[in-house]
Design a protein around this ligand. Structure first.
Ligand SMILES: Cc1cc2nc3c(=O)[nH]c(=O)nc-3n(C[C@H](O)[C@H](O)[C@H](O)COP(=O)(O)OP(=O)(O)OC[C@H]3O[C@@H](n4cnc5c(N)ncnc54)[C@H](O)[C@@H]3O)c2cc1C
Length: 342
């Protein structure tokens, strides 16, 4: 069966869904069909509809890590289920569960309001709880994987739900099984293990001036202030945060870089490799403020591409290609984009 333009649609489904307001890059985009999914029953119905009509499916949370096409000839599902609860307490951890459609930052605030520290370093990251494991969000020395208990996801191949523990998720730097197999799983709830005996994580630049006795609330306030001072606010100017991963390179590449640029930031990793600063590499190429049409490199932070108004996906791709080529030519280092191109 294929869906006719004249056929009435189920109440939860819309034609020509406008996605312009639901991607933080502010790219103009529409989807042939779209639905805001708040329950398991709607999720099953939506996937049945996509199968019956041979439609590809895109999953969207807050749209803060995607570069959308002007037109998607398929079904976009905005995951919007709500609910936060404490599911268990032990001597080691308190496990908190949040539905995928919950706002990430609001969850961080909620846990602190309930006297449950652990997520404060991850304050003010835009987006939903459901997307947080997809790229194993991280900031200021903490990754989601550090506070993860388990999650529930819908398998779109078998139309069944599965629980995933940390090993199943295959978390790595901005990676997981969900990012590696886009579209296969829809995360519907995530559980976090927050430590009963909490230790502040203060090693990251900007937090290292706080006292060892700093409370989770003080760390939260500092992270919020740092992020507000460094990153352009997507409500003021369209962006998706860091546009490139920080490249992880073998010691030989780091050695060659340091020989020419002794001040180049490079952070040793447990496996002996080094993480370089993509923003520093881009800035050294003189690309801060560079533009392709209405898309530019932020003049506040070279790792962030911004939409000056009316920018297009083609301009995003052109600028990203220019940056990648310039960095490779100058340093021999390959950059990879962080957001998902839909
Ligand atoms: C200003 C700014 C700052 C940022 N800072 C950081 C940062 O410090 N650290 C960091 O890690 N990220 C950062 N990001 C990126 C972004 O906030 C995160 O990746 C966030 O988790 C994306 O959430 P979202 O709901 O907006 O996902 P979306 O952009 O809607 O989707 C991103 C990907 O996740 C998939 N997805 C979304 N929801 C689900 C679901 N329920 N189930 C399965 N797949 C799903 C989508 O299909 C897509 O592939 C920043 C972004 C901005 C704009």
């Amino acid at each position: 069966m294929t869906v006719s333009a004249a056929l009435p649609l189920p109440a939860w489904l819309v034609r020509d869904m406008d996605l312009g307001g639901v991607n933080t890059f502010g790219l103009a985009a529409t989807s042939r069909f779209g639905a805001t999914v708040t329950s398991d029953a709607e999720l099953i119905a939506a996937h049945a509809f996509s199968r019956d009509n041979a439609l590809p499916v895109h999953i969207l949370g807050g749209g803060s890590n995607v570069v959308l096409s002007p037109r998607f000839d398929g079904l976009t599902l905005r995951i919007a289920g709500k609910g936060k609860t404490i599911v268990s307490r032990s001597a080691e951890t308190t496990v908190v569960q949040a539905a995928a459609g919950e706002d990430w930052h609001e969850l961080v605030v909620w846990t602190l309001d309930h006297g449950l520290p652990g997520l404060e370093n991850l304050a003010l990251i835009p987006g939903t709880v459901g997307a947080s494991p997809v790229q194993n969000i991280g900031a200021y020395g903490v990754e989601l994987a550090d506070r993860f208990d388990s999650l529930t996801a819908f398998d779109t191949q078998t139309l069944t739900w599965h629980d995933f523990n940390a090993a199943d998720c295959r978390f790595a730097y901005r990676q997981s099984v969900f990012k590696a197999q886009p579209g296969r799983y829809v995360v519907t709830a995530v559980r976090f293990a927050l430590p009963s005996v909490w230790q502040p994580v203060l090693g990251y630049a900007g937090l290292d001036t706080l006292p060892d006795t700093a409370s989770a609330g003080a760390i939260f306030d500092r992270v919020v202030a740092l992020r507000q001072s460094k990153l352009p606010d997507p409500r003021a100017i369209g962006n998706v945060g860091s546009f490139f991963h920080n490249p992880v390179v073998p010691p030989s590449v780091r050695h060659a870089l340091m020989a020419e640029h002794p001040v180049a930031p490079a952070y040793g990793q447990p496996d002996g490799s080094f993480k370089l600063s993509a923003g520093w590499l881009i800035e050294q190429c003189g690309l801060k403020g560079a533009r392709e049409g209405q898309i530019g490199v932020s003049d506040r932070h070279a790792l962030v591409l911004v939409n000056h108004g009316g920018g297009t996906r083609a301009e995003v791709e052109a600028l990203a290609a220019r940056i990648t080529e310039a960095v490779f030519e100058r340093f021999g280092v390959s950059l990879t984009a962080e957001p998902v191109f839909y």
